[in-house]
Design a protein around this ligand. Structure first.
Ligand SMILES: O=C(O)[C@H]1O[C@H](OP(=O)(O)OP(=O)(O)OC[C@H]2O[C@@H](n3ccc(=O)[nH]c3=O)[C@H](O)[C@@H]2O)[C@H](O)[C@@H](O)[C@H]1O
Length: 495
């Protein structure tokens, strides 16, 4: 077999080094030895594929050149003692120029592919397309967003800031003069353009939202190094009761693993912040005793979503116990309102009714209507802010507990459950349109037949006193929905 060998013996520059100087036809062992000696003398290293054991590679290049090659993973990695096959056509290099060109094109494509891969999968830290690593402009945004404008103001890291509750809480805190920094991964569980619009609103009011995941420990550490947060309002989560059957991993990832990563960052921070975080009414699961009290058992979750929220409460206990983190868990009861979540029934029903589509309404056993303790967003925001304001300091430092720390759980409900068909009637009235309803038995999908909060504890300790009934709240929601999606802006898609 005739081998065509490309040899470079110039050391002037990278271009010259891969210039073709000789064509060799290695027919015999003697020729191969000669080639090998030549490589050695010129400081060259033979590279190229070997089609049979004992054969020499197809091409040669200086060792120094190889140091300039990217050390990238994968099959095409160029190894010092390995072999890399260039574009060889019919066993012959057509010309040195085309070989050189092909080679660098391949290298370039490979580098670009690696960069794209890293950006997408390795937690490469970006804001839009800008890396946060050693980025003074980004650090300035972070610090500016955390600037406190009132006496005794808080410095709060809000996770899930581009989410429904997160955006409302962030705005409220910022407006009263607290320093607020948001973080959100802008995932596509529901239309990310709604999250982007919420972010635009926040940024208009001076709240910077870092695009990143709570599972990114390095990013969290960077934020805690930059800012001495007094509080963390942790609202980032995988929400939705029924979606847990479709994508169980996302619940474990965000609601359990993500929570632990966040607690770790808080535990290591100096000072340790106090944490307020979103649990859920769903932890009451199959509880039949109403109204649901924080003293009731919560060991029978009906969905994986509920199970991960319950797990979060248990994890919170551990971090409070071992590290002295001050932690307050809030059990939200079907929060609704402007800028809400398109996956929730009141929101998706509104869209369907306006578009003339049929809505599916679930019924409980024996044809009983399902009911929810729908809670208006402004009331929930008050509960969140009161929790931050009444949170005691964490007691640990340097990762060690220095004393007993506060650990609280509160129901943030409305205490006035409304059935789903009644909720539909309110929507019909506000939308001035009759809904087409398909009534079906509640599938076994994690749903619970009713929720009803006892809010005595929140009233006592937080002065939490919800004041918006469903009629008033849905009216406000429909008003927002119409202005947001009312097709005056044709470029904006409906949810
Ligand atoms: O309090 C919570 O902890 C949770 O509240 C919310 O869950 P849910 O109370 O289940 O709200 P939501 O989906 O609006 O369904 C409302 C009602 O409509 C019924 N429902 C729903 C959909 C449908 O197509 N038909 C229907 O009848 C359905 O059977 C139910 O009876 C949050 O989504 C969740 O993230 C979590 O925060």
């Amino acid at each position: 077999m005739h081998e065509h060998v490309l040899i470079s013996d110039s050391n002037k520059n990278l271009e010259d080094r891969i210039k073709v100087h000789h064509w060799w036809h290695l027919k015999t062992a003697k020729e191969r030895l000669k080639f090998k000696a030549l490589c050695k003398r010129g400081g060259l290293m033979a590279v190229g594929s070997i089609s049979k054991p004992g054969q020499y590679p197809h091409t040669a290049m200086p060792l120094s050149v190889q140091d300039n090659f990217p050390s990238t993973p994968g099959k095409a990695k160029l190894e010092r003692n390995g072999y890399f096959s260039f574009s060889r056509i019919s066993g012959r290099w057509h010309s040195s120029t085309s070989a050189k060109f092909s080679f660098w094109v391949i290298v370039l494509i490979f580098l670009l592919a690696c960069a794209a891969f890293q950006l997408k999968f390795s937690g490469f830290h970006t804001i839009g397309k800008v890396s946060w690593l050693n980025n003074p402009a980004w650090e300035k945004n972070v610090q500016h967003s955390c600037h406190v404008k009132r006496d005794e103001g808080l410095v709060v890291l809000v996770t899930g800031a581009a989410g429904f509750v997160g955006s409302h809480v962030s705005l409220h805190l910022k407006k009263r003069g607290d320093g607020v920094l948001g973080i959100d991964n802008f995932n596509s569980y529901y239309d990310p353009s709604l999250k982007t619009a919420r972010r635009a609103l926040l940024e208009k009011h001076g709240v910077f939202v870092v695009e990143g995941d709570i599972n990114d420990a390095a990013l969290l550490q960077t934020l805690f190094n930059l800012v001495p947060f007094t509080h963390v309002m942790h609202l980032a989560a995988q929400a939705g009761v029924r979606y847990a059957m479709e994508n169980p991993g996302s619940y474990v990832h965000s609601n359990v693993a993500g929570l632990v990563v966040l607690f770790e960052a808080c535990k290591n921070a100096n000072p340790q912040p106090a944490i307020v975080w979103a649990s859920s009414s769903s932890v009451y699961g199959l509880n039949r005793k109403v109204p649901f009290s924080e003293f009731d058992r919560t060991d029978k979750p009906a969905s994986l979503y509920a199970a991960t929220k319950k797990a979060g409460e248990v994890v919170a206990h551990t971090y409070n116990h071992i590290y002295g983190l001050s932690i307050t868990g809030l059990r939200f009861f079907t929060v609704y309102g402007p800028w809400g979540r398109p996956d929730m029934a009141y929101f998706s029903f509104t869209k369907a009714i306006l578009e003339g589509n049929t809505i599916t309404v679930y019924q409980g056993p024996n044809g009983a209507d399902l009911a929810r303790d729908f809670t208006y967003i402004d009331d929930v925001v008050k509960g969140c802010v009161a929790s931050l304001d009444t949170a005691q300091k964490s007691t640990g430092s340097g990762g060690k507990k220095k004393g007993i720390a506060q650990l609280r759980i509160f129901n943030l409900g409305n205490t006035k459950p409304v059935t789903v068909p009644d909720m539909v009637k309110i929507l019909e009235k506000n939308l001035k349109t009759k809904a087409h309803m398909n009534i079906v038995s509640m599938p076994r999908n994690g749903d619970v037949p009713f929720t009803h909060a006892n809010i005595t504890r929140a009233l006592q300790e937080l002065s939490y006193n919800p004041s918006t009934d469903l009629e008033t709240g849905l009216k406000k929601f429909v008003h927002w929905y119409r202005s947001y999606y009312d097709y005056s802006d044709q470029s904006r898609s409906t949810p």
